[in-house]
Design a protein around this ligand. Structure first.
Ligand code: ZN
Ligand code: ZN
Length: 548
């Protein structure tokens, strides 16, 4: 069984026994995000992709399921250094500290506010990374609608609430006169400093004193928020949530998940959703690994990923790994991720061809093939698509004219005998979808070795300096003998054969010259894929005619 199928099984059990729901009821799945800054791909893992996959698996079993994503837009803008600096002007930035995120202006001035600006490269791509059936709601909206009654409930039960929540507040307990509501100060705009001192049930307002500006005023209970623990438990109740994954920071014993379960059961008298803790996704850049952080503006967005790779490949990386294991993303490894994805795809097609199902596979292979199936967003073609190497396409895009890029790449791959002459529509689509992305990848993430421009002409001067001219010529002859058998593997074999008499340092010197005569510098992409894409005409010209 795939780990996510086990989660679904456990959830079915939870729904039936704890939540007392049947297949006639709608099952509710939720995720939550605070738009405090850059929305990175790590946030797609638990809140979006795992949740969406659980939903789809439940739907296949005949359940009706609804999936929400709650944006915590009433949260206070912390005014961290990096957030302040996004305004460019430090004095302007500092002004907004403590404001609800939704009221903070867009530092780049292109959207209505901070949230909309940073949401665009994430929210605008949700339907590319999922089937799009996710309803996004903001806490700002919820406080005006569904959460209103629960704010009243919280205020009515404030003593019980206080005793329960104080168990988790250590040396900072709420005092007896505490009112569980955090209003926005009308004067200075902060949501983190105004203290509610009296509740008026008739008008549904609170009176408050602002500890920041000293203002004393009255405001509606729609104009503020609950303490975050109470808020989370309240959302579970009003949306009637059955399943919600959460980041590992909430998972510590006595931590936020535990405290909200306590509030849920003992104060709000409702059953909390089943949870699922998941690990962070970190990013590796230049060999250094770090956690992506929203308010630190560290990480890559779904848009960034989409520009260089299929969403399905990221889905594959996330769904393959058990949620408690860390996923490390290295953007220089995009070609390797494709290779891994292709291997899973092959396993899937082999199983379907041999057994007609995946269940007959051994456990570890089943997980891989199943992950592939769950990663796919479009219907899976009945025949296996071709699997063009991402790296090869990344080399090809550097060799062909950029207008009609995909067409030119296809032509190039055909003339180098890398792909068949006849392409099915889904083959062509795959190459097309990779071509423009690989071009972006070369420009943005590829290591310097991979970037090159072809040396147009081999000068006499350069030729005269070559130490391994004869051997390079021989390499050319041997390569041309490959004829129809032109592949990365066979090319590699030829190169090994031709250079086997050389000592290590000689081999190094030989390869320097190999690259110099092709791209004019001493290093470049791996030799075999480079030769493969350059093709036999090039080898004939550069290695035979030019060197003779
Ligand atoms: Zn903007
Ligand atoms: Zn104030």
């Amino acid at each position: 069984m795939h780990w996510i199928e086990k989660v679904v099984e456990e959830l079915e059990n939870y729904i039936a026994t704890t939540k007392n729901k049947t297949k006639q009821d709608t099952i509710i799945i939720n995720g939550g995000l605070s738009v405090s800054g850059l929305q990175h791909i790590g946030r797609l893992r638990g809140e979006i992709i795992i949740s969406e996959t659980v939903r789809k698996l439940l739907e296949r079993k005949g359940y009706r399921v609804k999936q929400y994503l709650v944006l915590y837009t009433q949260d206070a803008w912390k005014g961290k250094e990096s957030q302040v600096m996004s305004f460019g002007d430090e004095r302007e930035g500092r002004k907004y500290a403590g404001w609800p995120l939704i009221r903070v202006p867009d530092p780049k001035k292109c959207h209505a506010n901070w949230v909309e600006h940073y949401w665009e490269d994430f929210g605008g791509y949700l339907d590319k990374f999922t089937d799009g059936k996710i309803e996004v709601v903001t806490t700002t909206e919820l406080y005006k609608t569904k959460l209103k009654d629960i704010v009243k409930e919280a205020i009515n039960k404030k003593e019980k609430l206080r005793i329960t929540i104080n168990k988790y507040r250590g040396r900072n307990p709420y005092p007896e006169e505490w009112i569980p509501f955090e209003p926005i100060c009308d004067k200075c705009g902060r949501i983190d400093k105004a203290k509610a001192i009296k509740y008026y049930p008739d008008t549904e307002e609170v009176e408050y004193i602002c500890e920041n500006c000293g203002h004393r005023g009255k405001t509606s209970i729609a104009n503020g928020k609950l303490n975050w623990r109470i808020e989370w438990a309240s959302i579970w109740k009003v949306l009637n949530i059955d399943f919600e994954p959460f980041g590992k920071d909430h998972a510590t014993p006595g931590g936020s998940r535990d405290s909200c379960v306590d509030l849920s059961i003992n104060v709000f008298e409702t059953k909390p959703p089943m949870g699922l803790a998941y690990e962070w996704v970190s990013l590796r850049v230049n060999g250094k690994e770090f956690d992506m952080g929203s308010s630190d503006f560290l990480g890559i967005t779904p848009k960034d990923w989409y520009q260089v790779a299929h969403p399905e490949v990221l889905r594959y990386l996330y769904l393959k790994e058990h949620p408690r294991r860390k996923v490390v993303i290295d953007m220089t490894l995009i070609p390797n991720y494709y290779e891994e994805f292709y291997r899973a795809e092959s396993l899937y097609y082999d199983a379907m061809k041999t057994h007609g199902n995946l269940e007959s596979l051994p456990e570890n292979e089943y997980e891989i093939a199943k992950t592939y199936e769950l990663s796919m967003l479009e219907p899976i073609p009945s025949e296996k698509p071709i699997q063009p190497s991402y790296l090869t396409i990344a080399l090809a895009v550097q060799l062909v004219p950029t207008d009609n890029l995909a067409e030119n790449v296809v032509k190039r791959l055909k003339s180098s005998r890398i792909i068949p002459q006849e392409l099915r529509p889904f083959d062509k689509k795959r190459i097309t979808d990779i071509a423009w992305r690989a071009k972006n990848w070369v420009e943005k993430y590829a290591s310097p070795q991979i970037r090159f421009t072809l040396l147009q002409q081999l000068s006499e001067e350069l030729k005269a300096k070559l130490m391994y001219r004869d051997l390079l010529l021989r390499l050319g002859e041997e390569l041309l003998k490959l004829g129809e058998n032109w592949s990365e593997e066979s090319i590699k074999d030829v190169m090994i054969k031709v250079t086997q008499g050389l000592k290590d340092d000689e081999k190094k010197a030989f390869y320097k010259e190999f690259y110099i005569i092709i791209i004019g510098k001493e290093f470049g992409p791996r030799a075999a894929p480079l030769i493969e894409i350059l093709g036999q005409d090039f080898v004939k010209k550069r290695f035979i005619e030019d060197l003779s």
